[in-house]
Design a protein. Structure first.
Length: 461
């Protein structure tokens, strides 16, 4: 019994230690993401993106890069682009880029793994998009495109009618995205609305969509001076929107992050290394057949984690510390878009035929990309060495160093942003409206109880 309490205590300390290591990275990433989300609206993306072709692919990738890393928010964004006329490939490029090329994900990977994994994440993200585009072009004849677009347009219309909760797999989150896009326009959209009212008498015979344009032509002085970048960054309304977006970023991922770190701590403390050596055949130096097996097992394991890309990174660190190969880790990280909740959301957005088509495609290209990256890094002598890997339970997490200083700094900024949000919008909290969301909520609550119990278990050692 004492060994159980010791392992329980190790699991709790590992969970807290892993999270402590990454707090500043999460905060920095979401601050940057929130600022980009506020200053670049989805309407702008939809106007600039074409229906298909290289330009649309590049813009879809770019817009994904500057968007949120939350898988469910990315799903909503891709659905909106597709429903409004973007081609399937550009919309999926946005989705893959949103979950593999975003800044905050690279920061967290650098904290938990190494620079090689960061490079592989970004290079691999571009490869995933290229392979996806090739797959779509080759299989264009068997894609249920019109049916999927009709379903997406119907779900987009329904999603606009809901208010947001705390993120995840539900229509309320779709409302969050749409509400946010309206709010992100900030002062500019309010001014445009006022200008339409001022010019209503002159433009009464114009179509509604042309009012602002015609008014600006008649009154060029309205847009004579545009605010500079510094003025936009310093605008109090825009900063308030950043505070709101920052809160929403955390509200969408806190359950996934909590569960991910808790599971990582439990696996690190309770699962022996021999199990990983049995599951991931060949360890860190496998032959091709063993490497292929690891690249398949990694995504399969990710399917059953039920957590997103950010929550998967501490789990990847645990796998890596237990001898899983570079390719196996990369395949595991790339698999955040094939988890069961994501499959269900895609089925809800596009129908089951398209959802299964996307699932099979993402599963396959994740394996292929991970294999290619492994052999390319091996060929140039850049594979990370497992000699420098320290077991998670053996790491010394808590001491005064740069991590402590960074955490204090970004926690202070987070407190200011959260306080600003609560002052403007009041405090609201929701456990979610769907079975999946409520399940995640109670799993997160169970995780907190487990951590607290594990801390007290240290007294019984």
């Amino acid at each position: 019994m004492s060994s159980f309490f010791e392992s329980w205590n190790e699991a709790a300390l590992s969970t807290l230690g892993l999270f402590w290591t990454a707090i500043w990275a999460f905060c920095l990433g979401y601050i940057v993401s929130s600022m980009i989300e506020v200053y670049v609206t989805r309407e702008t993306m939809q106007q600039l993106m074409g229906k298909d072709g290289l330009k649309a692919m590049m813009l879809g990738t770019l817009f994904g890069f500057i968007s949120s890393s939350c898988s469910f928010a990315a799903l909503s964004g891709a659905r909106a682009l597709f429903a409004k006329g973007a081609g399937l490939a550009p919309a999926l490029a946005f989705l893959l880029s949103s979950t593999n090329l975003v800044i905050e994900l690279g920061i967290v990977i650098a904290v938990f793994l190494s620079w090689q994994f960061v490079v592989a994440e970004y290079v691999g993200g571009i490869m995933l998009i290229a392979f996806m585009w090739l797959w779509v072009r080759v299989t264009a004849h068997c894609i249920p495109l019109e049916e999927a677009r009709k379903n997406a347009q119907e779900s987009e219309g329904v999603g606009c009618c809901h208010h947001h909760g705390d993120g995840g797999e539900r229509d309320a989150e779709e409302g969050t995205e749409n509400d946010l896009d309206e709010e992100k326009g900030g002062k500019g959209e309010k001014h445009e609305h006022n200008e339409e009212e001022e010019g209503a008498g002159d433009d009464s015979n114009k179509e509604n969509g042309e009012k602002s344009h015609e008014h600006n032509k008649r009154h060029p002085d309205v847009n004579e001076t545009r605010p500079s970048v510094c003025e936009k960054l310093g605008d109090i309304d825009n900063l308030a929107q950043v505070a709101m977006q920052y809160f929403m970023e955390w509200s969408m991922v806190w359950k996934d992050v909590t569960i991910g770190f808790t599971v990582a701590g439990i696996i690190a403390a309770f699962v022996p290394r021999e199990f990983f050596e049995w599951l991931f055949v060949g360890g860190s130096n496998p032959n091709f057949g063993q490497l292929l097996e690891q690249c398949i097992v990694g995504p399969v394991a990710a399917v059953f984690t039920f957590i997103g890309s950010m929550g998967n990174i501490p789990l990847a660190a645990v796998l890596y510390s237990n001898g899983v190969s570079f390719a196996g880790i990369i395949a595991f990280i790339f698999s955040d878009l094939i988890v069961i909740p994501v499959l269900r959301v895609n089925a809800k957005y596009y129908g089951w035929k398209m959802a299964l088509y996307i699932w099979i495609m993402f599963f396959t290209i994740s394996i292929v990309t991970a294999l290619i990256l492994h052999y390319v890094f091996d060929a140039v002598g850049a594979l990370p060495s497992d000699d420098s890997v320290t077991e998670v339970v053996d790491r010394d997490f808590f001491h005064l160093d740069y991590t402590f200083g960074l955490n204090m700094f970004f926690l202070a900024i987070s407190a200011v942003l959260f306080g600003w949000h609560f002052k403007m919008n009041g405090f609201s909290f929701s456990i979610g409206s769907t079975t999946a969301e409520m399940t995640l909520f109670w799993l997160a609550m169970t995780s907190y109880c487990w951590i607290i119990g594990g801390l007290f278990a240290g007294l019984a050692k």
